[in-house]
Design a protein around this ligand. Sequence first.
Ligand SMILES: [Zn+2]
Length: 165
Amino acid sequence: MVRLSRNQKMFGIGLGIGLLLLIRKTKGEKDEQEQIDRTKLTKDFSLWEFRQKNGNVQVPQMYIENARVLAKNLQVLRDYVNKPVNVSVYRTPEYNRSLPGAAKDSFHMKAFAADITIPGLTPVEVYSTIAFLIAIHVMTPGGIGWYKTHIHYDPRGTNVRWSKL
Ligand SMILES: [Zn+2]
């Protein structure tokens, strides 16, 4: 049997405690992350869905209020169509710059815009539904962009329309 000196024993205990603390800290950070993931913005939208999926980047704290306003509007659309609404919301400035054709000052960088697809609806159907819901004052006026694969919506407050087909 190997005899350990008192110093070696103390070192071993210290190392053990250090490791335990490290594990606890990592677990704490993970819990915090999962907490964010579960945060519901509305009945059907979570903050997790609004993250940048490329690289799994969470919406920064400073934009969570924007995300909430956006989610409220998307919930109106979701309730009206009664189908799942798939969204791509947050973009880091770096990621936004890497996308050809993305606006330099895109609202996506502030978690204040969604690129939307709804299974079973064509982009033009999504476009006209959002325009209709704005017209009857249940969604906030804003930008609606018509793309081949999706519809962009942002609740900027004034109506702007474009198509990039
Ligand atoms: Zn967009």
